[in-house]
Ligand binder design. Structure first.
Ligand SMILES: Cc1cc2nc3c(=O)[nH]c(=O)nc-3n(C[C@H](O)[C@H](O)[C@H](O)COP(=O)(O)OP(=O)(O)OC[C@H]3O[C@@H](n4cnc5c(N)ncnc54)[C@H](O)[C@@H]3O)c2cc1C
Ligand code: SF4
Length: 479
């Protein structure tokens, strides 16, 4: 225990009630900050600087992890933060929500040798949070304004990263989003307990101060056509994400109190942001005192079960058709949910919903795993006569997301999409089938990760810049 902490504990023991509350909070914050600071330094110095940085290779942004760990260990936090920002537009966000066990930390050489990974994500969060606290992060100062403009559809991580990179080189940027706040799934999908909303808002505010324009409550396909947007700007990026919930067609599907995951999570996130949310306040989308059943085994399902726990649900059950080892979500998230008291019913699938107007139970069928299918994963098959019933006051379906029908929505059949509905791009230039229109993020990859959306946004910015430079030269030549 540090000297400061010992002193604090002694004072508390002697005089627990008499001390001024504010002073106690300040003392505690100081001790806590010191603890975190020492922890970050201690963890950073565990990096062996192994020379084969598998962590860096397996980070989608190829962050220069060993170097910023070394700087942190030496207490050179500002330089560490600058280095982290040179490859990542939102290091504090990735530090909080990347599935590090599958990316950087899962490939740390120290982890592989059985000594426990260096906690890369929390150090990335720490150095960037310090940079915010100290006021080191400033709006972009453009040295040479360009005459060309880019319209970006979607203010999620892909759109925001692309916007920031293009603004740095002086292009005029307008981001259009159908939501009332920028951030995409960072704001309305990922719950507050994983990613506090002020963390997203301070990023988007910095972009506003950098001269990037946000045109919110504006849906492309409804308020503007793609064609209109194309005529307004010199290049376009489509970064609209994937939002169509996958469905299961079961008897009783139309009963009340059965909702797709995004409706439940959006209501909870809006409430957390201080909005008036009638469906939450009247109990419809509120788990308090209810028996909750979540269907699905991915990270969205984990967010729903953990949100339900935080809303004081009576019980929370998660139904998944494969076993624990074959769950698609992050192992860490499943572990967290189990720790928080969520009951997992593995190898089971819903068969029907029972109720009178509202659902009151789910009939479940047990499954077993058969031979692997074309995807290489073992196929779940039902076990005959294995049905059982569980009580449910609210059912949340978290079965994944598909892209919306963009050619139809944008009324533009020239926009080529894959058989899954994702936008087809030239993998080198990131251009779609329509010249001057680029695409990035989940709408190209299918539901993925924030860190991949940032990577795509940055790559798209490089390609858009090349396109705009060529366009400018040909205009000059033609004049
Ligand atoms: C519940 C949930 C939890 C998740 N948790 C994690 C996690 O912990 N870690 C992680 O790495 N990833 C997580 N993800 C995945 C991650 O959020 C996405 O991969 C990432 O946000 C994709 O970024 P994007 O910019 O492509 O799209 P999005 O973030 O979806 O942003 C797209 C934006 O486009 C806007 N838009 C769509 N259509 C239009 C239109 N026609 N006109 C105007 N605007 C439009 C939308 O309003 C939205 O703001 C999670 C996803 C979900 C659903
Ligand atoms: S961006 Fe994600 S994968 Fe890369 S170092 Fe940070 S936490 Fe790890």
């Amino acid at each position: 225990m540090s000297e400061k902490m010992l002193k604090f504990v002694n004072i508390e023991k002697q005089n627990p009630n008499k001390r001024n509350v504010k002073k106690r909070v300040d003392d505690f914050k100081e001790i806590y900050d010191e603890f975190i600071h020492n922890k970050a330094k201690e963890q950073s110095s565990r990096c062996s600087q192994c020379g084969v940085p598998f962590c860096q290779v397996h980070c989608p942004l190829h962050n220069n992890i060993p170097d910023w760990l070394k700087l942190t260990a030496e207490g050179r936090i500002r330089e560490a933060s600058d280095l982290a920002h040179s490859t990542n537009n939102m290091p504090e966000i990735c530090g909080r929500i990347c599935p590090q066990d599958r990316l950087c930390e899962g490939n740390c050489v120290i982890e592989k040798s059985g000594h426990g990974t260096v906690t890369i994500g929390s150090i990335e969060k720490y150095i960037t949070d310090i940079a915010w606290e100290k006021g080191w992060l400033k709006p972009i100062k453009v040295t040479e304004e360009q005459n060309q403009s880019v319209g970006i559809i979607g203010a999620g991580p892909a759109g925001l990263a692309c916007a920031e990179e293009l603004r740095k080189v002086g292009y005029k940027i307008t981001i259009y989003d159908r939501y009332d706040r920028p951030g995409g799934l960072l704001i309305y999908g990922i719950p507050n307990f994983k990613l506090e909303k002020f963390v997203v808002e301070r990023r988007t505010n910095l972009l506003k101060k950098s001269g990037i324009k946000f045109q919110l409550n504006t849906e492309i396909g409804k308020n503007f056509t793609l064609e209109e947007l194309k005529n307004k700007h010199d290049a376009i990026l489509i970064a609209t994400g994937v939002y169509k919930p996958r469905e299961i067609d079961l008897p009783g599907n139309n009963l009340k109190n059965i909702f797709p995951a995004m409706e439940f999570l959006t209501a909870s996130n809006r409430k957390g942001l201080g909005d008036k949310v009638e469906s939450f306040d009247n109990g419809t989308l509120n788990a308090k005192n209810k028996n909750i059943v979540v269907i699905g085994g991915g990270d969205t399902a984990m967010d729903c079960v953990r949100t339900s726990v935080r809303q004081d649900a009576k019980s929370v059950k998660c139904i998944y058709r494969r076993d624990k080892e074959n769950m698609p979500g992050s192992a860490r998230e499943v572990y967290n949910a189990e720790e928080e008291g969520v009951e997992f019913i593995w190898l089971s699938a819903p068969k029907k919903f029972i109720g009178l107007k509202k659902v009151f139970s789910v009939v479940i069928e047990k499954m077993k795993l058969d031979k692997a299918d074309s995807s290489g994963r073992k196929r779940p098959v039902p076990i005959l006569n294995s049905d059982f019933e569980i009580k449910a006051d609210l059912v949340i379906k978290a079965l994944g997301f598909d892209p919306e029908n963009l050619p139809k929505l944008f009324n533009n059949s020239n926009l080529n999409v894959s058989k899954w509905g994702t936008i087809k791009i030239n993998l080198k230039s990131m251009e779609t089938s329509i010249p001057g229109i680029f695409a990035a993020g989940d709408i190209v990859r299918g539901a993925s990760l924030v860190v991949w959306a940032i990577r795509d946004g940055r790559d798209a910015a490089v390609e858009i810049q090349k396109y705009l430079e060529k366009k400018k030269i040909s205009k000059i030549k033609a004049a």
